[in-house]
Design a protein around this ligand. Structure first.
Ligand code: TRP
Length: 442
């Protein structure tokens, strides 16, 4: 069968931006920025995105388009009879693991969207509500299944008829919702203080850990290190420019992360809640904030729909990696591969889901099951995948090949700075973050 291609440049940009824009932007970025020095963190983060994220993003796109294969097939094609294919295999494994718990969290979001419609009773204790939601079983399992089913349905339908069609509808919706939420948030009395908290540069909050957080976030948010972009790049036609598409993806991804803070902090301040709530901000603080504002039920619903859309356009790119592998390497039918893998991933997601009930005794380095999956993905799998990809391009496949592929039909050309970054800066930065994260965890 002929390999599908995105039918327009916009299709690819939206798909890759959809992969990039996810829970990381809406849930994680605002709270790490707010608690890590505001605008000072933002500057470090943008530097990390440009100096580390951009070169790796271009490299993955170039590997994908040059080989027109899933990550394992791609490394096999560029480096036959060597163990480099293991980098692709690590990617496929990461996709499997990340999707399994990502779907659990997305499922919480969907169930909160539905809960929002009815509104929350006066005086609801939102921390207790969230605790009882995640430690129940029937509802989280149901929503995890629904979310996996949606992911499978999109991927089963194909690259053009599934992914591209869906992102062309969902990404504009996502932008629209985020602007509605920002408008609501900024028009509340006392909103300004939230902006000050979010963005006021606080140099005293900057330390080594800030750099580690910025670089890890840059990596995670651009969906790097697991071959998702290699896979999406493999459907890219020669007519399109890699350098420019990657530029758009970075722009959209950074814009949404930045804007999510505008939707969140002014409202949190205006209604008198604690902005430094950390990971609980999304499921505990925000529902409480919405409950207190005019038309809160509507905005709460919109917020959780936003979260769901962001998660879905990311989850499809994770499943696509796994499915493309079975389709390319073993000739599986796409639908069958999607349903089969989707079901397996659903099962792998059950332990983290039950980590707040049946498996609540589980601890690894003090973490519950979901945090353990997340730790392996973010501290080990993705950085290792990114490091090996950079080394592969910089020293084996040859950065000249990558540059040639990336510059094809690009007005904006890359060259010696890219070579320098991919050979020296990216590997050094990743080795440092892996080491520091390991030291911190143990
Ligand atoms: N970028 C996604 C987010 O910000 C998460 C993510 C990490 C991801 N790695 C990925 C998504 C690989 C798709 C593929 O939430």
């Amino acid at each position: 069968m002929e390999r599908e291609n995105w039918t327009s440049r916009l299709g690819f940009i939206l798909a890759a931006s959809g992969s990039a824009i996810g829970l990381g932007n809406i849930w994680r970025f605002p709270y790490i920025t707010g608690t890590n020095g505001g605008a000072a963190f933002l500057l470090i983060y943008i530097a990390a995105i440009i100096l580390i994220g951009y070169p790796v993003l271009i490299s993955e796109m170039a590997i994908g388009r040059r080989t027109a294969r899933n990550p394992i097939g791609a490394f096999k094609k560029l480096a036959p009879d060597t163990p480099w294919w293991l980098v692709g295999a690590l990617g496929v494994l990461s996709g499997f693991v990340i999707l399994s718990y990502y779907s659990v969290v997305a499922g919480w979001g969907m169930s909160y969207a539905v809960k929002s419609i009815g509104g929350f009773a006066d005086g609801t204790d939102f921390a207790a509500l969230f605790g009882s939601h995640i430690s129940s079983t029937a509802s989280p399992i149901f929503w995890h299944a629904v979310f996996m089913f949606l992911t499978v349905a999109v991927i089963g339908a194909g690259v053009v008829n599934g992914i591209q069609k869906v992102v062309k509808v969902l990404m504009p919706m996502l932008f629209l919702i985020i602007f509605l939420l920002i408008f609501r948030s900024l028009t509340l009395e006392g909103a300004l203080e939230g902006l000050i908290f979010y963005l006021k540069p606080d140099l005293s909050a900057i330390n080594l850990q800030t750099f580690v957080d910025a670089i890890s976030q840059a990596f995670f948010t651009l969906s790097l290190g697991m071959g998702a972009i290699i896979t999406y790049g493999s459907y890219l036609s020669d007519r399109d420019s890699i350098n420019e598409s990657a530029g758009f993806v970075i722009f959209f991804d950074t814009a949404v992360a930045f804007l999510a803070g505008f939707a969140i902090f002014p409202a949190v301040f205006a209604l008198g809640f604690d902005p430094a709530a950390g990971p609980g901000l999304t499921f505990i603080t925000l529902p409480a904030v919405f409950a207190k504002m005019p038309l809160g039920a509507l905005f709460s619903f919109l917020f959780f729909i936003l979260l769901t859309i962001a998660a879905l356009t990311s989850s499809i790119s994770m499943l696509e990696v796994v499915v493309a592998f079975l389709v390319d390497e073993y000739g599986w039918n796409r639908k069958k591969a999607s349903y089969f893998m989707g079901f397996l991933i659903f099962l792998v997601g059950l332990p983290p889901l039950l980590g707040y009930s049946s498996f609540s005794n589980f601890r690894f380095l003090g973490m519950d099951v979901l945090d353990t999956y997340d730790w392996f993905s973010n501290v080990i799998f993705l950085p290792t995948g990114g490091l090996l990809t950079a080394i592969f391009v910089g020293y084996y496949w040859g950065n000249t090949n990558a540059v040639e592929e990336a510059n094809k039909n690009s007005n904006f050309k890359i060259g010696s700075s890219y070579r320098f970054l991919i050979r020296y800066i990216v590997p050094a930065a990743i080795i440092i973050i892996i080491s520091l994260s390991l030291i911190n965890s143990i």
